[in-house]
Design a protein around this ligand. Sequence first.
Ligand SMILES: [Zn+2]
Length: 223
Amino acid sequence: MLMKEAREQIVEYGKKLIAEGLTTGTAGNISIYDENLRYMAVSPSGIPYEKTLPEDVVIMDLDGHVIDGARKPSSEAGLHSVFYKTSPQARAMVHAHSMYCTILACMGEPLRSVHYAIAEAGTDEIPLVPYHTFGTPELAAAAGECLKGGSRGLILANHGMCAWGADLKSAFGLALTMEWCAQVQWHCMAAGKINVLSHEQMQGAFKRYMTYGQDDSGSKGYF
Ligand SMILES: [Zn+2]
């Protein structure tokens, strides 16, 4: 089976999306990019995560052609491919409609450096991508523009969030961090008092994040 390990990981992490409360139903989708084959494995469209099998995962090139798989790919396959075209170190992407990131998305708010943990994304603000209809080339193009700023995360206006990483574990970890930071930011905004860290204050957090963690954790390479 082509990209067997990637397909198995997408099945495993699809179940984690539900278990960790990052999405409900069939919303959200996951991809893994193989830089040697130049193909991505992407979640199928409309199949519940608990029923998805490795053979349901679709293999595509970055121009939108299906290479292997009988299922229809996720409607956001074009959005996934723009991450691999724009961010050369991206090897996996998680897109979810997680509650607090989606609340900020619907308020028209980027994710700000309210808590230093946002440093995991590589920038001190996770940008807000202007609204476009889901599944369209316009949404993918707008996301690609925002990715040029170097963030590993995006908030999609009135839609949800995206996170990329050097592997799926790293992308999924950032998705969880973004959701937690969004929850903190929303509560601060609801309380009417918010203290955003300055760019200078965030520099220390970036340095710490570059050296944080155990050497054998396998999740140290954020970039
Ligand atoms: Zn979506």
